[in-house]
Design a protein around this ligand. Structure first.
Ligand code: PGA
Length: 251
């Protein structure tokens, strides 16, 4: 059975002081009212170590927002898997559509990043999703297939057990336009069937497939009611503690 993941992608937001304030509030709230989902925060790199100190010994995990495939060397501005693990992360977001669109990441680079994350024992949260044009032209499943096949190139059934997938239709990210629960369910089922063809039914059933794109406390309940939605990756609505807590406590 795929585990439930509720992850906050802070993107390029919050100073370390602001991150610590949020972390303390989150920690207190979860001590008072624990949740069964894995709660993951992806802060900017600059706050990871401070948050790792805040979360030590607790149930909240940290994710990096990016990783570079090489282990070290002349890659100005980049961060390796070893550094990410050393700073205190268990997860790593890979292939977010902002990285694909603004920084030119392609499926081959994303595949190398996923492989590097796995080599360091990080769980990649592998983001895929179609643009509005692609959906309007009926190409969404072709795009998803290509992203999954190329992004997971050369990975084994054993590797797949350690990966999470985030379906994030580009048209729903930061736009306030959430995909309907039915659209998300359909896409997740498609992804699960594809994984099943590639790695076997049992392996596919164990992969957490989460949804991202304008998730809020208002729509989380209807999204999580769908059987194939194993959690969410939340951007804007994760920046405010009260709003994120309302998402975590959606039941
Ligand atoms: P959003 O971002 O919730 O602001 O749409 C989601 C994401 O990009 O992961």
């Amino acid at each position: 059975m795929a585990g439930t993941i509720i992850a906050a992608n802070w993107k390029m937001n919050k100073t370390t002081g602001q991150a610590i304030e949020f972390a303390r509030g989150l920690k207190d709230a979860l001590l008072k009212k624990p949740v069964s989902a894995a709660v993951v925060i992806a802060p900017p790199f600059t706050s990871i170590e401070a948050l790792a100190a805040e979360f030590r010994g607790g149930d909240i995990s940290l994710a990096a927002q990016n990783i570079y495939p090489a282990s070290s060397g002349p890659f100005t501005g980049e961060i390796s898997g070893e550094m990410i693990v050393d700073a205190g992360c268990r997860y790593c977001i890979v292939g977010h559509s902002e990285r694909r669109q603004l920084f030119g990441e392609d499926n081959a680079l994303i595949n190398a990043k996923i492989t590097a994350a796995l080599n360091y024992g990080l769980m990649p949260i592998f983001c895929i999703g179609e643009t509005l044009e692609e959906r309007n032209s009926g190409a969404e499943f072709t795009v998803l297939t290509k992203q999954v096949k190329e992004g997971l190139n050369k990975l084994t059934a054993n590797d797949i057990k350690k990966i999470g997938i985030a379906y994030e239709p580009v048209w729903a990210i930061g736009t306030g336009k959430t995909a309907t629960p039915g659209q998300v369910q359909e896409a997740h089922l498609f992804i699960r069937n594809l994984l099943s063809e590639m790695y076997g039914e049992k392996e596919a059933a164990g992969v957490s497939i989460i949804y991202g794109g304008s998730v809020t406390s208002d729509n989380i309940g209807s999204l999580m009611a769908e059987p194939e939605i194993n959690g969410v990756l939340v951007g804007s609505a994760s920046l405010d503690l009260a709003s994120f807590l309302a998402i975590i406590n959606f039941h």
